[in-house]
Design a binder for this molecule. Structure first.
Ligand SMILES: N[C@@H](CCC(=O)N[C@@H](CS)C(=O)NCC(=O)O)C(=O)O
Length: 314
């Protein structure tokens, strides 16, 4: 996978900033754009229909959770979206159609990095998905999926046709704590396995991934969802990683002690979430495989897990 980045607004094929610590452990870069869309329409970034645009790669587990929340809340007509090609080109994520033109019908960019340099002509850093773009002020609002997910849930409620709140006030502390656990052990844990630069770093990350899956399996033995009987933001954050586990993390990222299908509660729970309204239509297995495998030249055919099988959890 090519991993270039922008330096002073220009694309450079090699990233000068290492993402590994002294022991070879993968260290994720913080997302630099952290403004917030507010439900108050008079705010700098006020929530409005038609004002914001999302740039995503559906295969990416971080971008995907924004795609999923947009669909769950019924915001597809409110926030427009451009999807990049699954695999990374020499200049990162691309938006190119079959005729070689731009597949981004909103701004006509061919590379995601142009979105970043359009927002800041001197930007230095990685061009990552997802990106939430403001069409009115012509800038990036935010490129951190955890924030975007929360804005889509909470700050666009005036435009959402699904009133379910996945981050209810009384559960916020519990959701934040659960999110932190899942992020370290699993969402980012699989990346710490896959991108480890030393055996020692990989070994440690591998153990943490399976310790976290074991912990979640125990929780889900006693309740339908992570925090009880209702789905919360934590469930959707976990779901994004579970969808990709058997087809990419197990094999390509060497998280190969067990698959999700080997955990009875987790696997039934994952199917339960998959079978919720508006979820299956966001699941694009070829895009999920594409982001992890297209760089190898051959896309695996399996696995053939049956996500539509009855889950028996109710
Ligand atoms: N913390 C960010 C991470 C996003 C991220 O790492 N996206 C990956 C794709 S899965 C990406 O665009 N990587 C491009 C690069 O690092 O050059 C978020 O959650 O939004």
């Amino acid at each position: 996978m090519q991993m270039g980045q922008l330096i002073d607004g220009q694309w450079a094929d090699e990233p000068p900033t290492a993402r590994q610590g002294k022991e070879g452990q993968f260290e994720r870069t913080e997302s630099p754009w952290r403004d917030w869309v507010e439900s108050d329409p008079t705010a700098k970034f006020g929530a409005e229909s038609g004002r914001y645009h999302l740039y995503v790669n559906v295969g990416c587990p971080w971008a995907y959770r924004a795609v999923l929340m947009r669909n769950l809340k019924g915001l597809t007509q409110v926030i427009s979206m451009s999807e990049s090609q699954p695999g990374m080109g020499k200049q990162g994520w691309t938006f190119v159609d079959a005729a070689g033109g731009s597949s981004d019908h909103f701004s006509g960019v061919k590379h995601l990095h142009e979105v970043y340099s359009n927002a800041d002509a001197g930007f230095t850093g990685r061009a990552t998905v997802p990106v939430l773009w403001d069409k009115k002020l012509n800038t990036i609002v935010n490129n951190e999926s955890a924030d975007i997910l929360r804005m889509l849930n909470s700050d666009f409620s005036a435009f959402a046709d699904n009133p379910v709140d996945y981050y209810p006030t009384e559960q916020r502390d519990a959701i934040d704590a659960m999110n932190a656990h899942i992020y370290d052990g699993l969402n980012n844990g699989v990346y710490r396995c896959g991108f480890a630069g030393s055996q020692m770093a990989y070994n440690a990350a591998y153990r943490e991934v399976f310790a976290e899956l074991d912990r979640l399996e125990r929780i889900l033995a006693n309740q339908r969802f992570l925090l009880g009987a209702a789905i919360t933001e934590s469930d959707w954050r976990l779901f994004s990683t579970l969808l990709r586990f058997d087809l990419a993390y197990y094999s390509r990222f060497r998280c190969n002690l067990k698959r999700v299908v080997d955990y009875p509660n987790l696997w039934a729970y994952a199917r339960d979430l998959y079978q919720q309204p508006r979820v299956a239509e966001t699941v694009d297995w070829e895009a999920f495989k594409g982001i992890y495998w297209s760089g190898t030249g051959i896309i695996p055919l399996g696995p053939e897990d049956d996500w539509a099988a009855p889950h028996g959890r109710g």
